[in-house]
Design a protein around this ligand. Structure first.
Ligand SMILES: C[S@@+](CC[C@H](N)C(=O)[O-])C[C@H]1O[C@@H](n2cnc3c(N)ncnc32)[C@H](O)[C@@H]1O
Length: 296
């Protein structure tokens, strides 16, 4: 790790889960994401990585996997996830930076990243780290916030918004909050060896007046219908892409180590206690069920 590492949007101590999801009127967004995930997730799997797991809102949706590693930079978000999901041996809680993943190469047969690329100042680096820890042919479900959505197109043409929804560069609409162009995302994925199998457009009806007046179940059913248009064009604020890692970048894990040192890359055997790296001597803590690989 070094000082050139991209900045992290730090959720430590944030009440995001309560204020945004529980009290923020986001039942529609949560429900339509559940529909998209159900459509895209494989029916079974061994070990899945959830990047930017936060408070584990989506984790119960990965029930078909034997094990799930919840990775998040914020320890307090992971504590909330643990409170929600419990000490189940299926779950591994890991506080770490996606730019410095602490897992051995080729460990996982799948990964998801939902509402998290949104915070990446260096999306290419984040995706390359994820590709590294996946097995060849692993699946990857990536959600991204789409800058070329109907609302931003309208606002642009009404001259209420200065940036163009059509240009490929990301727009940082608030500090460390980025919306991306679908074509740029396709390029980032391709550059990291991923092919896109299916795309669903999600949250088409994320408009206050609709959420207020259209019955909830009807709104979700309409979005479920519209999601399929994502294979043709992406004009919704959120896009889910099901990808497959085509390039044989990673060697399959040897089965002995789950973790590697994020500083010197040496595999670190063992689980269930503080981990000492035999390469550089760094000690990574394990406290209250959470491994902590963040740079101090
Ligand atoms: C908007 S929340 C989404 C949480 C969850 N995926 C969901 O949809 O409910 C974004 C999450 O990404 C995490 N995050 C942001 N930057 C990160 C980084 N560099 N490495 C790991 N996690 C990061 C934050 O801590 C936060 O929990």
């Amino acid at each position: 790790m070094n000082d050139n590492s991209p900045p992290v949007c730090n959720y430590e101590g944030s009440d995001y889960q309560r204020s945004f999801w529980q009290e923020g009127g986001r039942a529609y967004e949560d429900a339509v994401e559940a529909v998209a995930l159900k459509r895209l997730l494989p029916s079974s799997g061994e070990f899945m990585l959830e990047v930017g797991a936060g408070a584990g809102r989506n984790t119960p949706r990965y029930k078909n996997f034997k094990k799930v590693a919840l990775l998040d930079y914020s320890r307090s978000q992971l504590e909330q996830a643990r409170d929600r999901l419990g000490d189940d041996v299926r779950y591994l809680y890991v506080a770490a930076d996606v730019y410095h993943l602490p897992f051995v190469s080729g460990l996982f047969d799948g990964a998801t990243m939902i509402r998290t690329l949104h915070h990446m100042a260096d999306p290419l680096l984040a995706l390359s780290q994820i590709a590294e820890v996946l097995r060849p042919k692993a699946f990857f479900i990536l959600e991204f916030a789409n800058k070329r959505n109907m609302k931003s197109i309208l606002r642009y043409h009404l001259r209420k918004q200065s940036w163009s929804p059509y240009s490929y560069e990301p727009v940082e609409f608030a500090a460390l909050n980025f919306d991306f162009h679908p074509k740029a995302i396709r390029n980032y994925l391709k550059a990291n060896g991923f092919s896109i199998i299916q795309q669903l457009t999600v949250s088409h009806l994320r408009v206050g007046i609709l959420k207020k007046h259209v019955p909830f179940r009807l709104l979700v059913a309409l979005d479920a219908l519209l999601q399929r248009t994502g294979g043709l064009i992406q004009l919704s604020p959120s896009v889910f892409s099901l990808c497959r890692l085509e390039e044989e970048k990673s060697l399959p894990a040897d089965g002995e180590s789950v973790f590697k040192c994020p500083t010197c890359q040496t595999p670190i055997p063992g689980l269930g206690h503080d981990l000492r790296c035999s390469g550089c001597g760094a000690v990574w803590s394990f406290q209250d069920g959470i491994y902590d690989f963040r740079q101090k």
